[in-house]
Design a protein around this ligand. Structure first.
Ligand SMILES: Cc1cc2nc3c(=O)[nH]c(=O)nc-3n(C[C@H](O)[C@H](O)[C@H](O)COP(=O)(O)O)c2cc1C
Length: 315
């Protein structure tokens, strides 16, 4: 599959999620079959000021390709300074992402994230200037109040050279509440063939199929992947990639084990336990005695105890 000049092996991608799409989690989802993963959004101001914590967010591994590095900035000069610093630190990225979607005040306050939806000229310049680095540019936006405004914004960003425009069907004012309006995504996908990625309420394999049937080139799984990581496999299966048939429960459990151990190294045992517990309900979905296992997982105090629950399932 070719998303402009970026080859994807299938249309199922992992969305960027701040505080969640850390390297171990990205590797886990690559093992399950996603075609691309995103870093969490990274501050360009932090990158060009060489903030060590921000630079750390750029680390990737060979187990998680292709990776899109998602950046946020209020304007093109800061964006490009950040992009340059990012590539100097790590030039293994398959593409850049620009965050024009985040509604949180700490991001929009200085003109970044979804504040750019109200500032189309700046958004255009950012896309055009970032393209000059030669990597594919994926822009993530939210729907605006009206369809007409949304389509105009997409047209502008497309004309600046964006290779993929992921449309989340909620307005910035909705934040993460309410439902995502699929009609906006459907009409955008019809109007801009080969350009639109979908985000918003991707909870079941049918949601994935629906977005693809609209003509979206790819679907970004976000909270649905945390609630049910196997959604990736189920989505690939319904799209005809036959991934799910090939994954045994032993392999599922092994991948959870690897996720837990990798997360422990990356973020420490306490955070790794929080991450696995957060995903436990979804991870245990469909396994025999899931309810009792979930309860045990909830009560586990350390990583080994938690991972042993999964190991026992294979035995
Ligand atoms: C915890 C969390 C963190 C997120 N962080 C980012 C981010 O860094 N960049 C971004 O573009 N979107 C971010 N998003 C938005 C998701 O990528 C996605 O567009 C949104 O959750 C809608 O999809 P869903 O309804 O299927 O969850 C985040 C969402 C969540 C829940």
């Amino acid at each position: 599959m070719n998303v402009n000049n970026f080859k994807l092996k299938n249309p199922v991608c992992l969305a960027p999620m701040a505080g969640v799409t850390l390297r171990p989690l990205r590797e886990f989802f690559v093992r399950l079959g996603v075609a691309a993963v995103h870093t969490e959004m990274i501050s360009c101001a932090g990158l060009y000021r060489n903030n060590l914590k921000t630079l750390d967010m750029l680390e990737t591994s060979s187990m998680e390709q292709p990776v899109i590095v998602q950046l946020f900035a209020p304007e093109d000069k800061i964006l490009c300074a950040g992009a340059e610093a990012a590539l100097k630190h790590n030039n293994n990225f398959a593409g850049f992402g620009i965050n024009m979607a985040c509604p949180m005040p700490k991001i929009t306050r200085n003109g970044s994230g979804s504040a750019l939806l109200k500032n189309p000229d700046t958004a255009f310049n950012m896309t055009r200037e970032l393209k000059k680095f030669g990597l594919p540019v994926w822009v993530k936006i939210r729907r605006l109040e009206s369809l007409d405004e949304t389509l105009k914004f997409i047209e502008l960003i497309a004309s600046a050279g964006a290779d993929n425009i992921c449309l989340h069907g909620r307005t910035a004012a909705q934040r993460y509440e309410g439902t995502a309006d699929r009609n906006f995504v459907r009409i955008a996908a019809e109007k801009f063939p080969g350009l639109i990625g979908a985000s918003g309420d991707v909870k079941t394999k049918h949601d994935i199929l629906e977005y693809i049937n609209y003509g979206c080139v790819n679907v970004m799984i976000a909270r649905g992947a945390i609630a049910n990581p196997w959604l990736v496999c189920e989505g690939l299966d319904i799209l005809g990639y036959n991934k799910f048939n090939g994954v045994t429960s032993e392999q599922q459990v092994k991948s959870i084990y690897e996720l837990g151990k990798a997360a422990e190294l990356e973020i420490g045992e306490r955070q790794a336990v929080v991450l696995i517990k957060r995903m436990a309900a979804g991870l245990l979905k469909g396994m025999a005695g899931a309810a009792a296992l979930r309860q045990r997982a909830g009560c586990s105090n350390n990583l080994n105890e938690l991972l042993n629950i999964f190991a026992e399932i294979i035995k």
